[in-house]
Write a protein that binds this ligand. Structure first.
Ligand SMILES: [Zn+2]
Length: 74
């Protein structure tokens, strides 16, 4: 998965890093910093032993898009 599905150019592999868990949610929680997880939401991040949350992400500098693979294949 190195080619941008939008324009076909090479994507840069990296990570999105956060102090909290990262999740795709249908609605932003305004009461808590952590995303509220329910059956509609998708947890994206893994956690390192230092409680740093991260997920692999691919960057297309041409399209200004970030692609996240949350399949957890390592
Ligand atoms: Zn692109």
């Amino acid at each position: 998965m190195n080619e941008c599905p939008n324009c076909g150019s090479e994507m840069k592999k990296g990570y999105i890093q956060s102090g909290t868990r990262l999740a795709w949610v249908p609605k932003v929680s305004k009461l808590s910093i952590e995303p509220s997880l329910n059956k509609e939401s998708v947890l994206l991040s893994n956690q390192s032993r230092f409680s740093i949350n991260y997920v692999d992400a691919y960057l297309c500098e041409d399209c200004k898009k970030v692609l996240i693979d949350y399949s957890n294949e390592k």
